[in-house]
Design a protein around this ligand. Structure first.
Ligand SMILES: C[S@@+](CC[C@H](N)C(=O)[O-])C[C@H]1O[C@@H](n2cnc3c(N)ncnc32)[C@H](O)[C@@H]1O
Length: 285
Protein backbone atom coordinates (compact mmCIF):
# COMPACT_ATOMS: atom_id res chain seq x y z
CA UNK A 1 0.00 0.00 0.00
CA UNK A 2 1.39 3.41 -0.88
CA UNK A 3 1.95 5.89 1.94
CA UNK A 4 -1.01 8.20 2.47
CA UNK A 5 -0.48 11.79 1.37
CA UNK A 6 -0.24 14.33 4.13
CA UNK A 7 -3.18 16.54 4.98
CA UNK A 8 -0.76 19.38 5.45
CA UNK A 9 1.80 19.39 2.66
CA UNK A 10 5.36 20.03 3.78
CA UNK A 11 5.36 23.56 2.46
CA UNK A 12 1.83 24.49 3.52
CA UNK A 13 2.94 27.05 6.07
CA UNK A 14 5.91 28.07 3.98
CA UNK A 15 4.16 30.17 1.38
CA UNK A 16 4.46 33.88 1.93
CA UNK A 17 0.76 34.31 1.21
CA UNK A 18 -0.28 31.70 3.81
CA UNK A 19 1.94 33.29 6.42
CA UNK A 20 0.52 36.75 5.76
CA UNK A 21 -3.05 35.43 5.81
CA UNK A 22 -2.41 33.50 8.98
CA UNK A 23 -0.96 36.48 10.80
CA UNK A 24 -3.56 38.93 9.51
CA UNK A 25 -6.68 36.90 10.10
CA UNK A 26 -5.76 35.13 13.34
CA UNK A 27 -7.94 36.51 16.12
CA UNK A 28 -5.86 37.92 18.94
CA UNK A 29 -7.71 35.78 21.48
CA UNK A 30 -6.63 32.68 19.65
CA UNK A 31 -3.11 33.46 20.78
CA UNK A 32 -3.56 35.22 24.13
CA UNK A 33 -5.79 32.61 25.72
CA UNK A 34 -3.61 29.53 25.14
CA UNK A 35 -0.56 31.45 26.32
CA UNK A 36 -2.38 32.53 29.47
CA UNK A 37 -3.54 28.96 30.18
CA UNK A 38 -0.05 27.58 29.60
CA UNK A 39 1.54 30.14 31.90
CA UNK A 40 -1.07 29.38 34.59
CA UNK A 41 -0.37 25.67 34.26
CA UNK A 42 3.39 26.16 34.40
CA UNK A 43 2.97 28.26 37.52
CA UNK A 44 0.83 25.54 39.12
CA UNK A 45 3.59 23.08 38.29
CA UNK A 46 6.20 25.40 39.83
CA UNK A 47 8.06 25.82 36.56
CA UNK A 48 8.17 29.58 36.23
CA UNK A 49 8.52 30.94 39.69
CA UNK A 50 11.96 32.28 38.76
CA UNK A 51 13.33 33.63 35.49
CA UNK A 52 15.99 31.03 35.04
CA UNK A 53 14.73 28.35 32.72
CA UNK A 54 15.15 27.54 29.06
CA UNK A 55 11.97 27.30 27.00
CA UNK A 56 11.69 25.56 23.63
CA UNK A 57 8.56 26.43 21.62
CA UNK A 58 8.11 23.81 18.89
CA UNK A 59 6.12 24.79 15.78
CA UNK A 60 6.40 28.41 16.92
CA UNK A 61 5.03 29.79 13.63
CA UNK A 62 5.30 33.55 13.46
CA UNK A 63 6.66 33.64 17.00
CA UNK A 64 3.99 35.88 18.52
CA UNK A 65 2.97 33.37 21.18
CA UNK A 66 6.64 32.49 21.71
CA UNK A 67 7.38 36.09 22.57
CA UNK A 68 4.56 36.21 25.10
CA UNK A 69 5.83 33.01 26.74
CA UNK A 70 9.43 34.22 26.63
CA UNK A 71 8.75 36.96 29.18
CA UNK A 72 8.88 34.32 31.90
CA UNK A 73 12.08 32.62 30.76
CA UNK A 74 15.74 33.45 30.74
CA UNK A 75 16.39 31.85 27.35
CA UNK A 76 13.78 30.95 24.70
CA UNK A 77 14.18 29.10 21.42
CA UNK A 78 11.39 28.96 18.83
CA UNK A 79 11.62 26.37 16.05
CA UNK A 80 9.44 25.88 13.00
CA UNK A 81 10.04 24.08 9.68
CA UNK A 82 8.59 27.03 7.76
CA UNK A 83 11.37 29.42 6.76
CA UNK A 84 8.73 32.04 5.91
CA UNK A 85 7.28 31.88 9.44
CA UNK A 86 10.75 32.05 10.99
CA UNK A 87 11.81 35.07 8.92
CA UNK A 88 8.69 36.84 10.09
CA UNK A 89 9.45 35.86 13.70
CA UNK A 90 13.03 37.14 13.45
CA UNK A 91 12.15 40.37 11.67
CA UNK A 92 9.44 41.12 14.17
CA UNK A 93 11.51 40.23 17.18
CA UNK A 94 14.97 41.69 16.92
CA UNK A 95 14.98 43.40 20.28
CA UNK A 96 13.72 40.91 22.85
CA UNK A 97 16.64 39.65 24.87
CA UNK A 98 17.16 35.94 25.21
CA UNK A 99 14.96 34.84 22.29
CA UNK A 100 16.18 33.06 19.17
CA UNK A 101 14.37 31.42 16.28
CA UNK A 102 15.52 28.51 14.11
CA UNK A 103 14.18 26.63 11.11
CA UNK A 104 13.70 23.02 12.27
CA UNK A 105 11.02 20.41 12.64
CA UNK A 106 9.77 18.66 15.72
CA UNK A 107 11.13 15.31 14.62
CA UNK A 108 14.77 16.46 14.56
CA UNK A 109 15.42 19.23 17.01
CA UNK A 110 18.69 21.18 16.68
CA UNK A 111 18.99 21.25 20.45
CA UNK A 112 21.52 19.67 22.81
CA UNK A 113 20.62 16.75 25.03
CA UNK A 114 19.24 17.61 28.49
CA UNK A 115 19.30 21.37 27.92
CA UNK A 116 15.67 22.52 28.08
CA UNK A 117 13.40 23.05 31.11
CA UNK A 118 10.06 23.46 29.34
CA UNK A 119 8.87 22.49 25.86
CA UNK A 120 5.66 24.00 24.52
CA UNK A 121 3.78 23.18 21.31
CA UNK A 122 0.54 24.94 20.55
CA UNK A 123 -1.75 23.75 17.75
CA UNK A 124 1.12 21.67 16.40
CA UNK A 125 0.94 18.06 17.55
CA UNK A 126 -1.34 16.93 14.73
CA UNK A 127 1.26 17.96 12.14
CA UNK A 128 4.06 15.96 13.69
CA UNK A 129 5.18 12.37 13.59
CA UNK A 130 4.66 11.58 17.26
CA UNK A 131 6.82 8.45 17.10
CA UNK A 132 9.79 10.74 16.43
CA UNK A 133 8.78 13.92 18.22
CA UNK A 134 8.17 12.38 21.65
CA UNK A 135 11.63 10.73 21.86
CA UNK A 136 13.11 14.08 20.79
CA UNK A 137 11.30 15.76 23.69
CA UNK A 138 12.71 13.20 26.10
CA UNK A 139 16.20 13.70 24.69
CA UNK A 140 16.33 17.51 24.97
CA UNK A 141 14.55 17.92 28.30
CA UNK A 142 16.65 18.28 31.44
CA UNK A 143 15.87 15.80 34.21
CA UNK A 144 12.67 17.12 35.82
CA UNK A 145 11.77 19.14 32.70
CA UNK A 146 8.30 19.04 31.20
CA UNK A 147 6.64 19.26 27.80
CA UNK A 148 3.29 20.99 27.54
CA UNK A 149 1.15 20.55 24.44
CA UNK A 150 -1.97 22.56 23.84
CA UNK A 151 -4.84 22.27 21.43
CA UNK A 152 -8.38 23.47 21.21
CA UNK A 153 -11.42 22.47 19.27
CA UNK A 154 -14.51 24.56 18.69
CA UNK A 155 -17.60 23.15 20.41
CA UNK A 156 -20.30 25.89 20.28
CA UNK A 157 -21.18 29.23 18.72
CA UNK A 158 -23.42 31.66 20.61
CA UNK A 159 -24.84 35.02 19.72
CA UNK A 160 -23.09 37.99 21.30
CA UNK A 161 -26.14 40.16 20.52
CA UNK A 162 -29.11 38.22 21.84
CA UNK A 163 -28.92 35.55 24.55
CA UNK A 164 -32.30 34.20 23.48
CA UNK A 165 -30.92 32.95 20.17
CA UNK A 166 -30.25 29.21 20.12
CA UNK A 167 -26.79 27.85 20.81
CA UNK A 168 -25.24 26.39 17.66
CA UNK A 169 -23.73 23.05 18.55
CA UNK A 170 -25.22 20.41 16.20
CA UNK A 171 -23.88 22.10 13.03
CA UNK A 172 -20.51 22.58 14.74
CA UNK A 173 -20.30 18.84 15.48
CA UNK A 174 -21.32 18.15 11.89
CA UNK A 175 -18.50 20.36 10.56
CA UNK A 176 -15.93 18.66 12.80
CA UNK A 177 -17.17 15.22 11.72
CA UNK A 178 -16.90 16.13 8.04
CA UNK A 179 -13.42 17.53 8.53
CA UNK A 180 -12.28 14.44 10.39
CA UNK A 181 -13.64 12.15 7.72
CA UNK A 182 -11.73 14.09 5.08
CA UNK A 183 -8.64 14.08 7.27
CA UNK A 184 -8.76 10.30 7.52
CA UNK A 185 -9.05 9.92 3.77
CA UNK A 186 -6.10 12.16 3.03
CA UNK A 187 -4.03 11.79 6.07
CA UNK A 188 -0.53 11.46 7.42
CA UNK A 189 -0.60 8.32 9.63
CA UNK A 190 -0.29 10.32 12.83
CA UNK A 191 -3.32 12.35 11.80
CA UNK A 192 -5.50 9.29 12.31
CA UNK A 193 -5.39 9.97 16.00
CA UNK A 194 -6.69 13.53 15.55
CA UNK A 195 -10.06 13.27 17.23
CA UNK A 196 -12.42 15.29 19.29
CA UNK A 197 -11.49 16.24 22.82
CA UNK A 198 -7.87 15.34 22.80
CA UNK A 199 -7.78 11.62 22.02
CA UNK A 200 -4.89 12.60 19.78
CA UNK A 201 -3.02 12.82 23.04
CA UNK A 202 -3.85 9.19 23.86
CA UNK A 203 -1.39 8.15 21.16
CA UNK A 204 1.41 9.46 23.30
CA UNK A 205 2.68 6.82 25.63
CA UNK A 206 4.70 8.35 28.39
CA UNK A 207 4.42 6.98 31.87
CA UNK A 208 4.08 10.43 33.45
CA UNK A 209 1.34 11.92 31.35
CA UNK A 210 -1.35 14.25 32.62
CA UNK A 211 -4.18 15.58 30.51
CA UNK A 212 -6.37 18.48 31.48
CA UNK A 213 -9.47 19.14 29.42
CA UNK A 214 -11.88 22.00 29.93
CA UNK A 215 -14.45 24.11 28.14
CA UNK A 216 -13.57 27.70 27.58
CA UNK A 217 -15.69 30.53 26.33
CA UNK A 218 -13.88 33.40 24.70
CA UNK A 219 -14.67 36.56 26.63
CA UNK A 220 -16.46 39.59 25.14
CA UNK A 221 -13.16 41.45 24.76
CA UNK A 222 -12.29 38.77 22.22
CA UNK A 223 -15.45 39.56 20.33
CA UNK A 224 -15.57 38.10 16.87
CA UNK A 225 -17.98 38.39 14.02
CA UNK A 226 -19.09 35.34 12.11
CA UNK A 227 -17.06 36.79 9.21
CA UNK A 228 -13.75 37.38 11.01
CA UNK A 229 -13.94 34.06 12.83
CA UNK A 230 -14.62 32.03 9.69
CA UNK A 231 -11.96 33.89 7.66
CA UNK A 232 -9.27 32.66 10.01
CA UNK A 233 -10.26 29.02 9.41
CA UNK A 234 -10.86 29.60 5.73
CA UNK A 235 -7.18 30.61 5.39
CA UNK A 236 -5.73 27.62 7.22
CA UNK A 237 -3.92 25.12 4.96
CA UNK A 238 -6.06 22.25 6.22
CA UNK A 239 -9.33 23.94 5.24
CA UNK A 240 -7.85 24.98 1.90
CA UNK A 241 -6.96 21.39 1.17
CA UNK A 242 -10.36 20.07 2.24
CA UNK A 243 -12.05 22.65 -0.04
CA UNK A 244 -9.99 21.40 -2.96
CA UNK A 245 -11.50 17.97 -2.40
CA UNK A 246 -14.92 19.47 -3.17
CA UNK A 247 -16.53 20.04 0.22
CA UNK A 248 -16.75 23.21 2.25
CA UNK A 249 -17.90 22.35 5.77
CA UNK A 250 -17.01 25.83 7.04
CA UNK A 251 -19.33 27.64 4.67
CA UNK A 252 -22.06 25.10 5.48
CA UNK A 253 -21.62 25.96 9.15
CA UNK A 254 -21.78 29.71 8.48
CA UNK A 255 -24.99 29.16 6.52
CA UNK A 256 -26.43 26.98 9.29
CA UNK A 257 -25.76 29.74 11.85
CA UNK A 258 -27.51 32.33 9.67
CA UNK A 259 -30.45 30.02 9.00
CA UNK A 260 -30.89 29.12 12.66
CA UNK A 261 -30.82 32.76 13.69
CA UNK A 262 -32.86 33.84 10.64
CA UNK A 263 -30.11 36.22 9.59
CA UNK A 264 -29.80 35.07 5.98
CA UNK A 265 -29.80 38.66 4.74
CA UNK A 266 -27.14 39.93 7.13
CA UNK A 267 -23.48 40.28 6.26
CA UNK A 268 -21.31 37.81 8.23
CA UNK A 269 -19.11 40.72 9.33
CA UNK A 270 -22.10 42.27 11.12
CA UNK A 271 -23.05 39.18 13.14
CA UNK A 272 -21.33 39.21 16.53
CA UNK A 273 -20.57 35.83 18.02
CA UNK A 274 -19.14 34.20 21.14
CA UNK A 275 -17.29 30.95 20.72
CA UNK A 276 -16.82 28.07 23.12
CA UNK A 277 -13.79 25.84 22.68
CA UNK A 278 -12.86 22.58 24.28
CA UNK A 279 -9.25 22.97 25.24
CA UNK A 280 -6.88 20.16 26.03
CA UNK A 281 -3.47 20.40 27.55
CA UNK A 282 -1.15 17.53 28.13
CA UNK A 283 1.94 17.71 30.18
CA UNK A 284 4.71 15.15 30.06
CA UNK A 285 7.35 15.10 32.75
C1 LIG B 1 -1.35 26.40 13.56
S1 LIG B 1 0.34 26.91 13.46
C2 LIG B 1 0.67 27.27 15.17
C3 LIG B 1 1.80 28.28 15.37
C4 LIG B 1 2.15 28.63 16.82
N1 LIG B 1 2.38 27.49 17.67
C5 LIG B 1 1.10 29.50 17.41
O1 LIG B 1 0.34 29.04 18.28
O2 LIG B 1 1.01 30.65 17.01
C6 LIG B 1 1.13 25.36 13.22
C7 LIG B 1 2.63 25.46 13.01
O3 LIG B 1 3.18 24.14 13.03
C8 LIG B 1 4.26 24.11 12.12
N2 LIG B 1 4.58 22.71 11.77
C9 LIG B 1 4.08 21.94 10.79
N3 LIG B 1 4.68 20.75 10.77
C10 LIG B 1 5.59 20.75 11.79
C11 LIG B 1 6.57 19.81 12.26
N4 LIG B 1 6.70 18.61 11.71
N5 LIG B 1 7.36 20.15 13.29
C12 LIG B 1 7.22 21.39 13.88
N6 LIG B 1 6.32 22.31 13.47
C13 LIG B 1 5.53 22.00 12.44
C14 LIG B 1 3.76 24.94 10.94
O4 LIG B 1 4.81 25.39 10.12
C15 LIG B 1 3.01 26.06 11.66
O5 LIG B 1 3.82 27.20 11.85
Amino acid sequence: MSAPSKVIPEDAFNREETVQNYIKSRPRAMMDMPVRLIIERLRELGKIDQRSGCLLDVGCGSGESTRLLAKDFHHTIGVDPSAAMISYAIAFDNDTAGVEFKVANAEKLPIEDSSVDVITAMFVLHYTDLAKFIPECKRVLKPGGIALFYRQQISKILSAEDDALPVIDGPVKMMIRQLLEKAREMSHPSFHTYELHGTQFDAISWEKKNIKINELEFAPDALWTLGSWSRFYHNLPFHQKVRKSGVNPLSELVQAVKNTWTMQDRDSDDIKIRVVYTTAMIHLK
